[in-house]
Write a protein that binds this ligand. Structure first.
Ligand SMILES: C[S@@+](CC[C@H](N)C(=O)[O-])C[C@H]1O[C@@H](n2cnc3c(N)ncnc32)[C@H](O)[C@@H]1O
Length: 490
């Protein structure tokens, strides 16, 4: 077998190695980046660099190392992902968001006073922050006392850390007028920090579109009014894309909207959605009971009467100056650190969901995953009436409270779940997230340390009980990261 001396791996030795194909398959299966299928040379170069770094003497040895734990996979994928992004990228889509989607959704959700938006593959954050800026400046008065979430997810933990930080250099603002930047950001040397009022809606979270199940209430990925997934699936295979689109559909509320990259329209792929063509953007709307095909022009959609945009605080993006075109989509550059978990079917760590009531739990999860919060809450309350000491039922109730903005009840239900079974990982974890949002750092750190204690000694490969496909390794990393960010050590 071809092998390389430690420190001596080159693209050529990697390409000649009999285990190269297995390595390539693992990388593509884990990240979805089928883009590398016909880019052996590029992939081998990246692998050679990681093999040098880890003193792996052959592809087989490196494969072992990858399978041994999450850490090296993160470091490898860090080199594979492409994080090209900037504020208000593709102005026509933001025009459509402002003029069509947001007015419609806000009008529809008025009785509920809540709004959930997901930016899937958000890279370093300009996409979710652009939405938050638009919401605040254009619709602020109408959603003043609403429960608003703009969730940014990515597989790249380094991108996510930068997104949370919210500091950018001027190149990220190439499609944003200077006066808007000055109003929404504070300058620190060569960088600009987003102001807190534009951060308050935005949350960031790790999620791998390939290995992470969605919709999933336990992963906070369900019941969205709007999903934006732009310039992400272009790297995936047609089969992967076919599999993902129904997941996006199922993660939207009825009448929710999907916005894909401007170069990604495909009538067949989005056949279950109602397609709306606007000036320069194609939008997809989940309409339950909808029968394709119908292609509408934006002029055919009557905007709700009470939903006219307020006097344009944000100038029409059509007037914006974009100085450099996007790089060609077929040739992404090497990006930065990415975190992900290899796909696997694994036994569960910790306690399974109780058998008694598991049907009901399944129903609750299904309703919640579909964003039918009221029905999910009613089903959960019914279950709790018959099994008041079931920790999982309280946990699910907490997740539902959280989604509808009932913070005090959410905390109470999480604490009750923990009181009833201290060994369940997810309630501690979600309590940590909850406390983090309330800036109670000391209590959040305590909750995260409880998670660390519960996971101690467990194999990274195990999946966390009832956490969909969240593995012990992923959970450990997420908790370590939160502790690091809040200064609680790890
Ligand atoms: C080119 S950026 C797009 C950023 C933003 N959506 C935009 O259009 O400006 C692609 C992002 O997708 C992320 N990504 C790639 N594969 C992913 C996966 N399997 N799951 C989640 N995110 C992924 C990358 O880490 C990267 O941040």
């Amino acid at each position: 077998m071809t092998s390389v001396a430690a420190g001596g791996a080159t693209a050529q030795t990697v390409l000649a190695d009999p285990a190269f194909q297995a390595l390539k398959t693992l990388v593509i299966d884990t990240t979805g980046m089928a883009f590398y299928r016909d880019k052996n040379q590029d992939l081998a170069q990246i692998l050679a660099a990681r093999m040098m770094e880890t003193a792996s003497t052959s592809c087989a040895a490196y494969l072992e190392r990858l399978r041994d734990g999450q850490h090296e996979m993160d470091a490898l994928v860090a080199e594979l992902t492409i994080g090209e992004t900037y504020f208000f990228r593709h102005k026509e889509q933001f025009d459509a968001l402002r003029d069509i989607i947001l007015p419609e959704v806000i009008e529809r959700n008025r009785p509920l006073r809540r709004l959930r938006i997901w930016s899937a593959g958000c890279a370093t954050g300009p996409e979710p922050y652009s939405i938050a800026i638009m919401l605040e400046r254009e619709f602020g008065a109408r959603i003043a006392d609403w429960h608003v979430t703009v969730l940014g997810t990515d597989i790249n933990q380094k991108f996510l850390a930068r997104a949370r930080d919210g500091r950018y250099d001027s190149w990220a603002f190439r499609a944003m007028p200077d006066d808007i930047r000055a109003a929404c950001f504070t300058r620190h040397g060569n960088q600009w920090q987003i102001n807190p009022e534009y951060k308050r809606f935005v949350k960031f979270q790790y999620h791998n579109l390939i290995t992470g199940t969605f919709p999933s209430i336990v992963d906070n990925i369900a019941g969205f009014d709007i999903i934006i997934c732009r310039n992400v699936i272009i790297y995936f295979s047609p089969e992967t894309i076919e599999r993902l689109i129904p997941c996006f559909h199922a993660s939207l509320n009825d009448t929710g909207w999907l916005v894909m990259g401007h170069a990604e329209p495909n009538q067949h792929l989005f056949r279950d959605f109602r397609t709306v063509n606007t000036d320069g953007a194609v939008l997809y709307q989940r309409v339950d009971g909808y029968r394709p095909p119908t292609v509408l022009l934006s002029s055919e959609i009557a905007p709700p009467s009470a939903t006219k945009s307020p006097s344009a605080v944000l100038p029409r993006l059509a007037a914006l100056d974009v100085r450099r075109p996007d790089p060609p989509q077929a040739s992404p550059r090497r990006g930065q650190a990415t975190r992900l978990a290899p796909p696997r079917v694994v036994p569960q760590a910790s306690h399974p969901v109780p058998a008694a009531g598991s049907d009901s739990v399944g129903t609750i999860r299904r309703l919640a995953d579909q964003g039918q919060w009221d029905a999910a809450a009613a089903a959960c309350d019914a279950l709790l009436a018959s099994t008041p000491l079931d920790a999982w039922s309280h946990f699910y109730r907490a997740m539902i409270h959280e989604q509808v903005g009932e913070a005090a009840e959410c905390e109470k239900a999480l604490r009750r779940a923990i009181y009833l079974d201290r060994k369940l990982v997810l309630p501690h974890y979600h309590l940590g997230l909850f406390l983090l949002r309330g800036d109670d750092m000391a209590a959040a750190a305590k909750a995260f340390r409880n998670v660390q204690d519960l996971l101690r000694g467990m194999s990274d490969e195990l999946s966390v009980a009832d956490g969909d496909k969240i593995t012990v390794g992923q959970m450990r990393e997420a908790v370590d990261m939160h502790l690091k960010l809040i200064g609680g050590g790890s």
